[in-house]
Design a protein around this ligand. Structure first.
Ligand SMILES: [Zn+2]
Ligand SMILES: [Zn+2]
Length: 164
């Protein structure tokens, strides 16, 4: 299978195939001129290795931050919106009790990342993107942190690959 060479755009951090003019097809900025962005995107799930580094400032730390995602419940899309409007107006309390009870029964995703106390005090990590199908969240992390996680993940896979 032929693989296209993707470049990480230093402006929007998306992996893109720059045009002949070097422009990012996503944000239309030049992918060549800007210095490497210290932050990058990392997809994190329950099975992602955790390393002893703060993902925000790249300092060494054994502290962790947990990202918790509750499973979505109920109908989706427009029906859900309509339903929520109606129910919010008339049965706010009952609805809240219902959804909280429902959420309590569905398994939630918990992912962990290394993050120092100081950075956690400044605010919790907000996922850039949440993928409910793969149960992964996309976070903005330091490039060093991502490299370390990828190394660790590769090492974890290596014994299995050696046997096959
Ligand atoms: Zn871009
Ligand atoms: Zn930090």
């Amino acid at each position: 299978m032929a693989r296209l060479k993707l470049t990480e755009c230093p402006h929007c951090l998306t992996h893109v195939l720059p045009g002949r003019d070097g422009l990012c097809p996503s944000c239309h900025e030049s992918t060549a001129d800007a210095p490497l962005n210290p932050m990058t995107k990392l997809r994190v799930g329950a099975d992602t290795p955790v390393v002893d580094m703060c993902c925000t400032c790249a300092r060494q730390t054994d502290e962790r931050e947990t990202i918790t995602l509750r499973a979505a419940v109920g109908p989706t899309g427009f029906m859900r919106f309509l339903w929520m409007v109606l129910v919010t107006i008339f049965f706010f309390k009952a609805w809240r009790a219902f959804t909280q009870g429902e959420r309590g029964r569905t398994p939630a995703l918990e992912a962990h990342v290394g993050r120092c106390r100081e950075c956690r005090r400044r605010g919790e990590l907000i996922p850039e993107h949440v993928n409910r199908e793969t149960d992964k969240v996309t976070l903005l992390v330091r490039r060093e942190y991502r490299d370390l996680v990828e190394q660790r993940a590769k090492k974890a896979r290596a014994p299995r690959e050696a046997r096959s």
